[in-house]
Design a protein around this ligand. Structure first.
Ligand SMILES: Nc1ncnc2c1ncn2[C@@H]1O[C@H](COP(=O)(O)OP(=O)(O)O)[C@@H](O)[C@H]1O
Ligand SMILES: [Mg+2]
Length: 497
């Protein structure tokens, strides 16, 4: 990229100055169209260059380094998509907008994959032209002035490590170090997504048990009737379906660590049996008379307020005191804003390494946007946001506009796709098309959970947060609805804006 004078030395402000001179290259086989477009976009500060073939366009691009290229897909001698590819090979930060009279899903996906800034259908162009061009030029200006910072860590060094420099997290690290050598039970509390499982794994990793297994079981995810047999195993014939003897998680984790996740959701009947293991180190399989001995270190976690659960008689007090010998409290992400930059930087590297994507850099503006969010889903939400942003990034630098915050509907999650300018998809078919397109771009998109979340949110919105009516509308029990609300982090503000 040729060097440019820094137009706005005041790092941080979005440096789009309309007085700057901009160059736009428009490529289309139709000279009528070029004339119309040049008329639309030409201003005293905007120079419009035109080309009717792709090879001419490439020559002009190489010579003039325009701020923005707007190209039709149907071109000779090579297509608009190829032009996009060549232009971005030469300058990975080049901004290219594709247009086409026949914007098939395939072309839209392809162009976004190749890094187009946007795709506009020809018939929408008259309404959106200026909006798109302004957005592109603004992004270009932001990118030129973006101050990026050097990553301080590498993923290899920090594989599965816990990232954090806030005082609160330093405290957590110290606790992990202190308790790992002992066999005392540990209770980890904190909101969903705040890193409880990661901490549990760290405790195991740094203990003398690290060569043995770490076994996790989510007490909230397993139906009550099955949980006991999952934990302690069962003898053949102990209940319908118990066709053979089966060992449970307690036996599996012998010598190692058993992580009881969401222990606040454990039924009272089982709590007594856990207490027995903690006190005497013994248990029995379901339907078995033998008393088995186990050598297991227990680490438990919950996002509930266990003191309250004890007061409400939903959690046994004696078990609570047994488990609460060592307590590690994970602060929500919004209370440790100073960790956000470090975490974001870490996730950017992690995504690049795992998904074989080119490594992007975070702009200061992007970091500020991240730091300004309240993160109801905590670190998990931040990680997902970064993953998504990296997949959809159109340049080497992640800009503020690339951060998909609070954008959960399919149309909004496909930035710059054909619907992002106009209204979201009006029909179910259109929405599904966008979903499928997103799934092709991002292999990790899971359609059913996504739809589930959309429907849950829809039900909560239409009933204005009335859980009884919402669960009826969805045809699920209220308890199931509550679990969904928790899982999908549907906050009050989202449901009743
Ligand atoms: N401090 C941290 N550093 C790096 N990654 C983290 C950190 N905290 C959480 N994560 C990541 O966020 C996600 C959610 O963490 P998890 O431990 O499953 O949360 P919880 O069990 O509290 O719901 C995981 O992918 C985890 O690796
Ligand atoms: Mg968890």
């Amino acid at each position: 990229m040729r060097s440019r004078s820094i137009k706005n030395a005041n790092a941080g402000s979005v440096a789009f100055n309309p007085m700057d001179r901009q160059t736009i290259l428009i490529v289309d086989a139709e000279s009528d169209f070029l004339e119309w477009a040049a008329h639309q976009l030409g201003t005293p500060t905007t120079q419009v260059l035109t080309a009717t073939t792709s090879d001419e366009a490439l020559r002009i691009f190489n010579r003039e380094d325009p701020d923005l290229v707007i190209t039709e897909t149907h071109l000779t001698p090579f297509s608009g998509l190829e032009l996009l590819l060549k232009v971005r090979q030469r300058n990975p930060n080049a901004l290219v907008v594709l247009t086409s009279a026949f914007g098939t899903t395939q072309t839209v996906i392809e162009s976004m994959k190749l890094g187009a800034f946007d795709f506009i259908r020809k018939e929408q162009l008259p309404f959106n032209f200026k909006v798109v061009v302004d957005a592109a030029l603004k992004a270009q200006a932001e990118m030129r002035n973006a101050t990026t910072f050097k990553p301080q860590l590498t993923v290899e060094e920090h594989q599965d490590s816990i990232v954090g420099k806030s005082a609160a997290m330093q405290q957590v690290f110290k606790m992990v170090g202190r308790v790992s050598h002992s066999d005392a039970p540990v209770m980890i509390t904190g909101e969903s997504g705040s890193g409880k499982e990661l901490v549990a794994r760290a405790i195991h990793h740094y203990s003398q048990r690290s060569s043995k297994s770490f076994v996790a079981i989510n007490c909230a995810a397993i139906p009550e009737q099955l949980l006991e047999s999952e934990l302690f195993g069962h003898e053949k014939g102990s209940f319908t379906g118990a066709t053979g003897t089966r060992i449970g998680r307690f036996e599996q984790s012998h010598g190692g660590t058993l992580f009881l996740d969401e222990i606040g959701d454990m039924p009272l009947s089982l709590q007594g049996k856990i207490l027995r293991v903690l006190q005497d180190g013994v248990f029995s399989r379901v339907g078995g008379n033998d008393t088995l001995k186990g050598d297991v270190r227990i680490v438990a976690a919950t996002n509930k307020n266990l003191e309250q659960e004890v007061a409400d008689r939903k959690f046994r007090e004696d078990l609570f005191y047994r488990l609460n010998v060592v307590r590690i409290q994970l602060p929500p992400l919004r209370q440790r804003t100073e960790d956000i930059r470090l975490l974001a930087e870490y996730f950017v590297q992690k995504v690049a390494a795992q998904k074989h994507l080119p490594q992007v850099k975070l702009s200061e503006e992007a970091v500020r946007v991240l730091e300004g969010h309240t993160w109801p889903g905590n670190v998990r939400e931040l990680e997902n946001t970064i993953q998504r942003a990296c997949v959809f990034a159109t340049s080497e630098i992640l800009l503020a506009k690339d951060i998909p915050l609070g954008k959960s509907t399919p149309a909004e999650m496909m930035p710059f796709a054909q619907y992002s300018i106009g209204t979201p998809p009006a029909t179910t078919e259109a929405a599904i098309e966008v979903l499928l397109a997103a799934a092709q771009v991002d292999p990790d998109v899971q359609l059913l959970p996504w739809l589930e979340r959309e429907f849950t949110l829809y039900a909560m919105k239409t009933t204005r947060g009335n859980q009884v009516r919402a669960s009826k509308l969805l045809g699920i029990t209220r308890a199931t609805l509550r679990k969904r609300i928790e899982r999908f982090v549907i906050t009050k503000e989202l449901a009743v804006p």
